[in-house]
Design a protein around this ligand. Structure first.
Ligand SMILES: Cc1ncc(COP(=O)(O)O)c(C=O)c1O
Length: 369
């Protein structure tokens, strides 16, 4: 088995720590532990022995995660190293070579890359900008075949920041259940909605549903590498056995911290801060795009610290990204790396002053084209 290159992550890994300004991240600026743990908790963390822990995640952590999904109990949860591992495990344990997977595009192309590398046929179904970056449900219906084993959504979506509409959600669930295929919903941006109303999870609407998520985006803790997969009990058992081969267990101190911050009140406080920060920064980005004499335009995102911005210049997304990176030391991400040419993704989650300074540089760079 040979894995194809994950262009987005490769470009980030190579340059994110080299540039003056990194706008390639999709989450909000990370939080330090001192801002989210009490003094006693900080001391207690220092005193904690770093054992292997429970390979499924501690019972306390899994109980806390159940609080995010109606109807879930501890046996429906496996803690993973980021939602990235959760996605990997979900594909490896449910699909076989020759199966078909219907996939949202544009998207964070991790699931596409893993599935294709394993011999799964990935059918890319476009989100339509004119529909507010939604699927046309009739189009989805027309692409289902006997070989379709999974419909994979990213909800809220990276890179567009769109949330699957209630009608589309119903349609996807109906089509999946009529055709006995899995729904895999990557919900890592859930909790980072600009209006502060958490988008409904796909979990619980249909038995063969897997939801993957984690603390990297809305909770601003990517360095914990804390994610999870939620699904039916027999799927979790298989996923757990596969996890013995990937990371065995998550880092014990990450489990410990996550158990604290997923307490209802603490969670609410963090997500409140997320909403405020997102709205402030989106205003900054929107004003800046408006000042560019039509060189760029954007549909407003509904969630995530990401905006998918249309290019109105005669340049490819990759060329423009490299030009801005190499001459002005600002890292953006190219639409091509999400499966759609003609766009740039702006990560607008850094501190506001940093964002403004980066945008000013990009403004200068665009004048030079
Ligand atoms: C849609 C989506 N899923 C999964 C991931 C992986 O995130 P993590 O492993 O940090 O939870 C990302 C990262 O950007 C993402 O955008």
């Amino acid at each position: 088995m040979k894995f194809e290159e994950f262009e987005l992550e490769r470009n980030q890994s190579l340059f994110e720590h080299k540039v003056d300004f990194n706008l390639s991240e999709s989450g909000l600026h990370p939080l330090p532990l001192k801002d989210i743990l009490t003094r006693e908790e900080q001391q207690s963390l220092l005193d904690t022995e770093l054992i292997y822990g429970y390979t499924k995640g501690t019972p306390l952590l899994r109980d806390r995660i159940t609080g995010l999904y109606e109807g879930a109990n501890r046996e429906n949860i496996l803690a993973t190293s980021g939602s990235a591992e959760a996605n990997f495990i979900a594909i490896m344990t449910t699909l076989n070579p020759g199966d078909e997977l219907i996939y949202m595009v544009p998207n964070y192309l991790q699931i596409r890359g893993i599935a294709r590398s394993c011999g799964v046929k990935v059918i890319e179904l476009p989100l339509h900008e004119e529909l507010g970056w939604q699927w046309d449900i009739d189009e989805l219906r027309s692409r289902i075949s006997k070989k379709t084993k999974m419909i994979a959504v990213c909800h809220p979506n990276n890179p567009t920041g769109s949330i699957v509409s209630a009608d589309n959600m119903r349609g996807i669930i109906d089509i999946a259940s009529e055709n006995d295929c899995w729904i895999l919903s990557d919900e890592v941006y859930r909790g980072a909605e600009l209006n502060g109303i958490e988008s409904p999870s796909f979990y619980g609407s249909y038995e063969k549903t897997i939801v993957n998520a984690g603390l990297s985006k809305a909770y601003r803790l990517p360095g914990l590498r804390l994610g999870w997969t939620v699904g039916p009990r027999d799927y979790i058992e298989k996923a757990w056995a596969f996890h013995d081969y990937t990371s065995i267990s998550i880092a014990f101190h990450s489990d410990w911290v996550a158990s604290k911050i997923l307490k209802k009140e603490r969670r609410k406080e963090i997500l409140g801060g997320t909403k405020k920060h997102l709205n402030e920064n989106l205003n900054t980005l929107r004003e800046w795009v408006g000042s560019l004499d039509g060189k760029l335009s954007m549909n407003l995102p509904q969630a995530g610290a990401i905006a998918f911005v249309r290019i109105h210049m005669n340049e490819s997304s990759e060329k423009l990204t490299y030009h801005i990176r190499d001459n002005f030391s600002v890292l953006l991400t190219a639409g091509k790396w999400f499966g759609l040419e003609g766009f740039l993704r702006f990560g607008y989650g850094p501190p506001n002053q940093y964002l403004s300074a980066a945008l000013e540089r990009i403004g200068t760079s665009l004048k030079k084209i």
